[in-house]
Design a protein around this ligand. Sequence first.
Ligand SMILES: *[C@@H]1O[C@H](CO)[C@@H](O)[C@H](O)[C@H]1NC(C)=O
Ligand SMILES: *[C@@H]1O[C@H](CO)[C@@H](O)[C@H](O)[C@H]1NC(C)=O
Ligand SMILES: *[C@@H]1O[C@H](CO)[C@@H](O)[C@H](O)[C@H]1NC(C)=O
Ligand SMILES: *[C@@H]1O[C@H](CO)[C@@H](O)[C@H](O)[C@H]1NC(C)=O
Length: 590
Amino acid sequence: MGRLEHACLSFRSWLAVTAAAFLLGVRPSACSDLTGSRPNILLLMADDLGIADIGCYGNATIRTPNIDRLAARGIRLTQHIAAASVCTPSRAAFLTGRYPIRSGMVSSNGYRVLQWTAASGGFPTNETTFAKILQDKGYATGLIGKWHLGLNCESSDDHCHHPLHHGFDHFYGMPFSLMGDCAQWDMSEKRAGLERKLNLCFHIVAFAALTLTAGKLTRLLSISWTPVIGSTMVAILLLTTSYFVSPLIVHADCFLMRNHSITEQPMHFQRTTSRFLKEVSSFVRRNKQRPFLLFVSFLHVHTPLVTTEKFLGASLHGLYGDNVEEMDWMVGRVLDSLDTEGLTNRTLVYFTSDHGGSLESQLGNKQYGGWNGIYRGGKGMGGWEGGIRVPGIVCWPGVLPAGRVIQEPTSLMDVFPTVVQLAGGQVPQDRVIDGRDLLPLLLGKAQHSDHEFLLHYCENLLHAVRWHQRDRGAVWKVHYVTPRFHPDGAGACYGKMVCPCSGDKVIHHEPPLLFDLSRDPSEAHALTPATEPLFYEVMERVAQAVKEHRRTLSLVPLQLDGSDNSWKPWLQPCCGPFPLCWCDQESDSQ
Ligand SMILES: *[C@@H]1O[C@H](CO)[C@@H](O)[C@H](O)[C@H]1NC(C)=O
Ligand SMILES: *[C@@H]1O[C@H](CO)[C@@H](O)[C@H](O)[C@H]1NC(C)=O
Ligand SMILES: *[C@@H]1O[C@H](CO)[C@@H](O)[C@H](O)[C@H]1NC(C)=O
Ligand SMILES: *[C@@H]1O[C@H](CO)[C@@H](O)[C@H](O)[C@H]1NC(C)=O
């Protein structure tokens, strides 16, 4: 069945390709080559990369020749926007083409992203990813790298949220995410907080145990030995656990899977990069005869910035820069795999980052986060441009023009309808899809992107809205809520890994802040009713759009809240004997 479907391209994508060929003046022979097969889709996503960390986006001192070459041969989007400023919701939106609030892949209480592999929250099974649609259309679909969209619902191996349940037929990577805790870094996402909590509990229980023991020995309390011994044991357990928190986290979250099996627990970072590359080239080789979708979801450039020796000390920007340069080298190797199989002209390649660089990734006065250039704010900040404006490069030699730059507002969610269209599929009709087909814009058939409004959420709260007022060429941005920056920090919230979205750490603006990004991309000069005659008109139009957007929302269970985002021992995947959770299935193969 799959093969037959390959052979007959749907009429719509045939039209798109023919139109593309026509517009670009591609000769009919080249055109008929294209109509014979739908393109392969290769999606590259960096983790936590800032837009100004790469050469073709203006960085003169970091070396990213491979990404730059991709941009030179393709199209560079300069206003490419993530649907959220942190991983889990942004990635959920990317895969579904929908604001994460629609799938419930957001929190309302400060968790922001999935906290544990053994949490029960995750990608709802009734969401449809583009991988699922392409799989149904006969594509070979693979995911190599980070997932971070959940794993289990009820048992440690039901894998209800696993990539293989969401349209991928091949998975090799981390079901969770890399984090400082994986390498037992000082910069810790979870350890420090857990240790604090465990220590507090220990002190309370130890105090109770001492009181009971003293009471019992002095006969002031007439109790049996049971509570005395019980509380002492709990105190000892708490103390031991707090002592072992660090290795426990490493085993609980930092492991690799191949399809449904755990292959390395904990993972051996130093060989992960070469493993991933090997996996990419063998996937490409295996599937060169059929159209494929390959999503390479890098662990770079998230902390702890695992970098192989060859790149250590190679850049001008410390460990972070080394890690970026290594990621760029990986991009080059991935593109080489296409070249080797002669697939470059039959493959649409896309490069992006899940959100902006993190300003809070600091230890002492060393910066371990990305650089967002002229854009204000960074990772974790709902509305500020630095957290959501990311690189966006699309390359398809012979079909898309080379070296073009598009400044229109586009979204990571646009990848969904675009690749579905290219594969000859249909976007689901039973739900709202927020992404828009990029092809008309990329092919130069349309002058403007289809996005008039883009909404910038922080958790489940709307922080800001962008309005592209096409007839005036303005891009208005209205901020209702912004994070409170630390007074000494250049736009960062100190003392926290990410800025909160609500509470006393945010400012509610009344009237809202207004910027015109087309004149002030750095969001440096807020417009007021006195300086901007259109102030109230813009506010009103945007408020209207928000109202219309809200009418399309329905109440869904939030996947990142409460117990859904807590560690549940019975969901903990573990290879080897519990509680050791240790194995290394691939040690012999390298
Ligand atoms: C280039 O990237 C590095 C690493 O993030 C950063 O420190 C530097 O400021 C960037 N330079 C420019 C000109 O953007
Ligand atoms: C996952 O399973 C599929 C189908 O059984 C297989 O083709 C693929 O090679 C497997 N992937 C890995 C990483 O082993
Ligand atoms: C790929 O496309 C480019 C640009 O159209 C062209 O110059 C090149 O010859 C093509 N390569 C192959 C192998 O067809
Ligand atoms: C998925 O299921 C939830 C209930 O668990 C429901 O609220 C939601 O609307 C469903 N989503 C879709 C796209 O059908």
